[in-house]
Design a protein around this ligand. Structure first.
Ligand SMILES: [Zn+2]
Length: 288
């Protein structure tokens, strides 16, 4: 009975609306204090209520409280903002901001850009590979030789896996396509983010994507089509790369510490996969 009374009181006194409730500012309350009370960040509460100056909070003001921290809060990027700074202000993670907004260049956010801040309990953006790709990957029995994943770009803005296969064969590689996987940018014959599984992966053959033989024997090569010295990979390519890496990490017992790039392993030989592919922004997406 007491619980029912409390519930009745809570519902009527706080004036619950659809998906949000109202808090009436009492004497000596601060925005930060109210935010803490509801398990929210000050910035969340401020933005949700369109408050420009949190110090001018008057007695009796009605504040909207997003329910269960589930709210997706719209935010407009301001001068001096970085994704990391926005994330910490709203008590979320940079990687969740990147995922929620499909951002491919976290270092290039613009003043005035509209983004969404995911709530603490908001469903995480999941990357699910197409069922056909998962089925194809699962049908391949992996060997224990794979120690790392190496990410490359094709350095060609327009390309497709079969063309690369022909080019590599013409270069004298008897197994053709040097990589185990190619992720299209939609420029030719395949759609944006489409994963091509090469014959080297199907046959669990060593790659031809590294200079050193020992690295070729133990490294899974994934090539994203595009020249990332000129532009960033597409968000669909990054989604597919994320899904593919997660699958391979599980299947081959590789941790995110062993997901790397061509230039990290061959520092003086190559710029691959280009300055616009950011490994440090990508890694949080595959950390479990
Ligand atoms: Zn490379």
């Amino acid at each position: 009975m007491r619980i029912l009374f409390w519930l009745f009181c809570a519902l009527t006194c706080s004036g619950i609306l659809l998906g949000e409730s109202i808090h009436v500012v009492a004497k000596n309350e601060t925005l930060g204090g109210i935010a803490r009370k509801y398990g929210l960040s000050t910035a969340t509460l401020q933005t949700f209520n369109g408050i420009s100056n949190p110090d001018l909070l008057f007695l009796g003001k009605k504040l909207k409280i997003p329910s269960g921290a589930l709210a997706q809060i719209p935010y407009v990027v301001r001068k001096g903002d970085s994704l990391g700074a926005i994330a910490s202000r709203f008590g979320t993670k940079t990687s969740d901001l990147i995922k929620a907004n499909g951002i491919s260049r976290p270092d290039l956010i613009k003043v005035g850009q509209k983004i969404t801040i995911p709530g603490k309990n908001a469903p995480k953006a999941t990357t699910i590979l197409p069922a056909s790709v998962t089925k194809a990957l699962n049908s391949i029995k992996t060997t224990s030789k794979w120690k790392r994943i190496v990410i490359h770009h094709s350095a060609t803005p327009v390309d497709d896996a079969m063309n690369m296969h022909r080019v590599h064969k013409a270069r004298g590689m008897k197994n053709g396509l040097a990589y185990h996987f190619v992720i299209s940018n939609g420029s030719r014959k395949a759609s944006d983010g489409e994963i091509f599984i090469g014959t080297r992966w199907k046959g669990q053959l060593q790659g031809g994507h590294m200079k050193q033989a020992s690295l070729n024997q133990t490294s899974i090569g994934i090539c994203l089509i595009g020249n990332f010295e000129l532009r960033a990979p597409t968000s669909k390519q990054l989604q597919s790369l994320e899904g593919l890496c997660k699958h391979l990490m599980k299947a081959c017992r590789i941790t995110h510490r062993d997901v790397t790039t061509h230039k990290i392993l061959h520092r003086n030989h190559t710029k691959c996969p280009g300055k616009y592919f950011s490994l440090s922004s990508f890694l949080p997406r595959i950390k479990s």
